[in-house]
Design a protein around this ligand. Sequence first.
Ligand code: MN
Length: 730
Amino acid sequence: MCSEISKLLLTLEKTGKNYDIEKIKQAFLFAKDLHEGQFRNSGEPYISHPIAVAEIVAGLELDTDSICAAFLHDTVEDCGSKTDIDQIRDRFGEDVAMLVDGLTKLVQIPFEDKEEEHIENLRKMFLAMSKDIRVIFIKLCDRLHNMRTLDAKIEQKRRMTALETMHVYAPLAHRLGMQRMKHELENLALSYLDPIGYAEVKQEIEEKYGQNRNFIEKTRSMIADKLTEGKFSFSLEGRVKSVYSIYKKMYEQNKNFDEIYDFYALRVITDTELDCYTILGVIHDMFKSVPGRFKDYISTPKPNMYRSLHTTVIGRDGIPFEVQIRTWEMHQIAEYGVAAHWKYKSGEASKEEIDKKLEWISRLVENEDNTRDQDEFLRSLKIDIFHDETFVFTPKGDVITLPQNATVIDFAYAIHSAVGNKMVGAKINGMIVPIDRVPQNGEIVEIITSAASKGPSRDWLKIVKTGEARNKIRQWFKKEQRPENIMVGRAEIEREMRKFGRSYTETQKNEILLNVASRIGIQTVDDLYNTIGYGGLTITRISPKLKDEFDRIVKVEESSPITDISQLQLKKAAKNQSGVIIDGLDGCAVKFARCCNPLPGDNIIGFITKGYGVSIHKRDCPNVVLGMEKPENLDRWVDAHWPERVHNEESFEALLQIFADNSIMLIADISTALAEMRVALHQINTQKRGADGMIINLTIGCKNLDHFKSIMSRLKTIKNVTDVVRGFSS
Ligand code: MN
């Protein structure tokens, strides 16, 4: 019944490890069933591919779950609605589901022929999205099999796949120390990218090797005899360098074929580190060494943990050859890299072993990012290498790196200040999103700009996370908006001065502000307002100096208490934050009912809830009308009204319903109109209405009823909009 996987089962048996064979068989049968009727380009049944991938994974001796995931890796992507991650989780558990999900996500990363910078980001994104290192191992195996069978694909597809292999997959294998994987991927990729160059080098190697077959064989047996004499335990093999590594030296370093010193190589594998050095001595006794070619990667391992002794010596007939000397353990690591740790350990690894493994991986990637917090990194098996960075795409496919939590506004400014300054909205993966949305790894972010945009909003300064965006926004305000900055700055300073609780004259104010300005190196009061206005200085930064000068200039005895009633109300308002005044209930908690979202200016009423303070409704809210009918609650309704002046920065949520004829530009037009009015869009959803009508429900930020009405009338002017009404949610 499982004869197709008998080879795989045999491989697993030979490892002597404790595999869950039943689970592996189930995964195979499940995948086979799902791929039934699908064929590869070569004409073979599709299941032959997952089987081959699982065999390569088994060769790395990864765990049961990895082998199951290898069988299932294409089921979610390719089998339409037949299965999904939840079904795999139910059948095979959380780990297998997580691995398959990770593999499926990687398929969606687009690759195009890009400059080096973008390719590096692509590699990082690849790692960042993989979450668990086993995902990368399986993905590499998947790619290896696809490369081995690339012949069946059409030319253009072959080239793109080969390019991606060369630029993304082979370097990843290298970084993870998986030399065997790396060499095979590189050679296969090269044979598709430069078939003629590949064939030439391959032929030259064969010719040269053919001519000197005796040389390498004789040298090998000379060394073997000496080592046997010395009673070493060893394995000794002769080899030539891979086609790709010779190709690279010839074309990139512009070397002649004969100038390649390490064309011939011998590899000695022995038991202990000490043996390595003793054998090195034996070799150097036998042959003359080439100066400057000895490398001790045992005492100084390569960043990818490769360890070996390398030396180049001159053999008979003056032919140079390289000798590599290493232990069996070093050899495993040289061939399989990080994966060797799975291969080496049998059964359950102890906690210390896992820690050691993780430490090792962390050292591997250390040279890329020194700011990582080691403890956090070592916390779990996940390789969350770039946890403080997010990698997203522009619509053209360029990768942009953002700090984690950066918003689409940061993205816009990361592209160019001109993009940020003209931004009126944003899309992620084609969907309109709020401007404070945080893009996730791999998402495509598109900034909607409009020539009619009046520039960034001051609120953006509170939303953005990068210094770059903040600086660019401030620069804009500094340059473009001086009169408005002065107004905003003056209002902020006056609000701050009111907090000091004593009245002052205009002359006193001027004196105070001039003093404050000169203390921070600013010339005029207007410049001070302007600086506060564009955000160059925050009010909290100058507040102590302001208080200082205020206390000096406005003496306590000559001041009078505040009598302005609206300011008293403002103080009271601060207590319940909204400013709503409830008759007879001072300082109680207030919240706004989500059903009708009352705005300043609406007629309102309060309802004393059980334990959640007073909830404020519009008087004409359907829930109020219904609620009034219940006599038992009658004494819980209380009169409420707005203060004369609501704190002007307060933004209320309001619901809007737009009726319109279906049009492609509609959403963009609405988004543009809102952005132009500096209205925050919190939520948007659309529904169809009849054959070509639609209803758009918006949640927006709004100051008061007048503001809301002006927004409504502006939206009514948009083409194809038939009506705009205030929304209720039930
Ligand atoms: Mn595949």
